[in-house]
Design a protein around this ligand. Sequence first.
Ligand code: MLT
Length: 267
Amino acid sequence: MIVRTRLGRVGFDDAGAGAAVVLLHGFPHDRTLWTPQLRSPAAGARYLAPDLPGFGESDRLADPSLDTWADGVIALLDTLGVERAIIGGLSMGGYLALACWRRHPIRIAGLVLADSRAGADTPEARDRRVEMQAVARAQGAGAIAERMAPGMTGKTTRETRPEVTATLDTMMRRATPDALVDALQVLRDRPDATPSLPTITVPTLILCGDEDALTPVAESRAMHEAIPGSRLEVLRGAGHVSNVEAPSAFNRLLSAFVTATIRSGQT
Ligand code: MLT
C-alpha cells in the first residue's frame, strides 16, 4: 500500500487490527524485512512496516538525516490517524526509533530495539560510510550487498539456512544508489543517542542475536543497562537480522511485549 503524507509518499505493509506497532527496517533493507512478523501480528495489534525514505516505494526526503526521517515516521502516523504507537526498529531502524523518542516522545507508547546500538559512528566508521557512498554511486546496490552480506547473518544461518541469506541478498540488491547514498549519510551523521537512554519512560524491549557481529550483544546490554526498566532478550543461533533468522522466538517475544504494553494502557 502507498499513502501520501505531508513529507511525500510512503509505501508500507499492514497486518492486524488494533494498537499500532511500527517496524523500521535496517540498512540496506526494505519493508519486506518484516514479512515474518507481519504474518503473525499480536492479538489486538496492527503492525505497520514502512519503506524508509528512498527504499522500496517510499519517496526520498530532502536533507536526509535521522531527524527528518523521524519526522517522516510521525507524518505517516498522522496520515493514518494514529496518535501513539509502539516503535520498533532493527539496527538502522533502531537508531531511527531512538530518534523518534528524542523528537516525538509523546507519540511513543513503547520501543523495540533489535540488533541495534545507541552510539554514533567513530571517525573511522564515518570514513567507511563515505567510501560506501562512492561504491553505491559507482557500482550500485550489488556491490553494497556483497560488502554487507558477510555480517548480515550469523554463522548458524549461513551454514544451515541458505534460503535466508538468498532472500536478504535479493532484498539488498533492490535498493537504488540514491537510497543507499541518503541512508549512508543518515547513518554517518547520526548523533550519539546514549544521553537520551535514561530519559526513556515507556516499556522497552531490546533483542539481539547471539551471533550478531555488526551490533554485538554488548551494545544491546549497554542500552539495557541505561534504559530504566527495559528488558533484554538474546536470541540463540541468530545473527544481525534476528527477526528473520529466529522468527518464531522473535515473534513470541515481540507479541508478549506488545500484549503487555497494550494491557498497561500505554497505547
Ligand atoms: C543496519 O543493519 O542497519 C546497519 O548494519 C547499520 C549500520 O551500518 O550501522
